[in-house]
Ligand binder design. Structure first.
Ligand SMILES: C[S@@+](CC[C@H](N)C(=O)[O-])C[C@H]1O[C@@H](n2cnc3c(N)ncnc32)[C@H](O)[C@@H]1O
Length: 277
């Protein structure tokens, strides 16, 4: 497919600098290839025929910013994504946290919440739900609103049910929701231990200490420098011997913090083994 080319490379830099100056949202260290695709997509959907039109709208209409953030960020997610990763959480990582009186988990870049509900289900099934608290954060308030409702399209549920079984689940996933026409509503007790909140990994500080941080399929959209800054934020937020989980295409290898972490069993999970600053 031929990609539309309304926005040129140099114009991307100009636009990102404008946004950083006017709104305090800094996308300058996001990967340019993905940004360019998303910006051209916005031009098509919102019918901007030139870079100047998009720039004018963004600078002069603050209410357009949220829509822009929604379009510029990739929100694709699913339940029990990479089932073997969830199996490792179920059988080893989460049970090893069971000795803490209180388990704090941070899901950074949680999108519409499918990951948070998956973790809540795991915690329930291994009997650790009541001592856990899940902070699920994202830069995009729109996806968090959807996450907090716990209502998902019915279409992908079959796939999620398969993922759940492959991750070691032994029930029918439908015990956790009720079906309503073309969507499903997860039982509200699943979200009683989840706090959904905005947090920008680029500009916001650490806000607690966690035993487990999941940030999956977010760092692939950041350049190396920004990835290193975010790893530092996670390191500051992770308790000694805590775990950091990343997405299938992400790694802490080659980062400034590689020496402080040991990979767990070839999974995309790293244990913090050194806490020197
Ligand atoms: C592809 S989704 C990943 C969702 C989920 N973690 C998963 O693996 O299925 C990426 C998410 O990162 C969020 N994101 C992008 N930039 C961010 C930032 N600076 N701070 C926090 N979240 C961000 C996006 O809004 C989006 O919801």
């Amino acid at each position: 497919m031929i990609e539309p080319d309304i926005i040129k490379d140099a114009e991307i830099e100009v636009l990102l600098k404008d946004i950083a100056d006017v709104y305090d949202y800094d996308f300058t260290q996001y990967s340019k290839a993905s940004l360019k695709r998303r910006l051209n997509r916005i031009c098509i959907i919102d019918k901007f025929t030139s870079f100047a039109e998009l720039r004018y709208r963004l600078i002069n209409d603050a209410s357009y910013l949220q829509r822009f953030i929604e379009e510029i960020t990739v929100n694709v997610t699913e339940m029990f994504r990479d089932p073997l990763f969830y199996k490792a959480l179920r059988t080893d990582i989460l049970p090893s946290l069971g000795t803490y009186p209180f388990i704090r988990i941070w899901i950074a870049g949680c999108s519409t919440g499918e990951e948070a509900y998956s973790i809540a289900i795991l915690l329930k099934e291994i009997g650790l739900y009541n001592q856990a608290l899940i902070y699920a954060t994202d830069i995009n308030p729109g996806v968090l609103e959807k996450a907090a409702k716990g209502i998902f399209a019915a279409g992908p549920m079959r796939q999620y049910a398969e993922n759940y079984i492959l991750s070691g689940g032994s029930k029918d996933l439908s015990v956790y929701y009720i079906s309503q026409y073309d969507h499903v509503r997860f039982h509200s007790d699943l979200k009683s231990k989840i706090i959904f909140s905005t947090h920008n990994l680029v500009s916001d500080a650490s806000f607690n200490e966690f035993q487990l941080i999941l940030c999956r399929n977010v760092l692939i959209y950041f350049d190396k420098d920004l990835q290193n800054r975010v790893f530092k934020l996670f390191d500051d937020s992770l308790q000694p011997l805590g775990y950091l989980a990343l997405g299938a295409k992400e790694t802490i290898r080659f980062s400034h913090l590689e020496h402080k972490y040991r990979q767990w069993n070839g999974e995309k999970i790293w244990k913090k083994i050194s806490w020197e600053s």
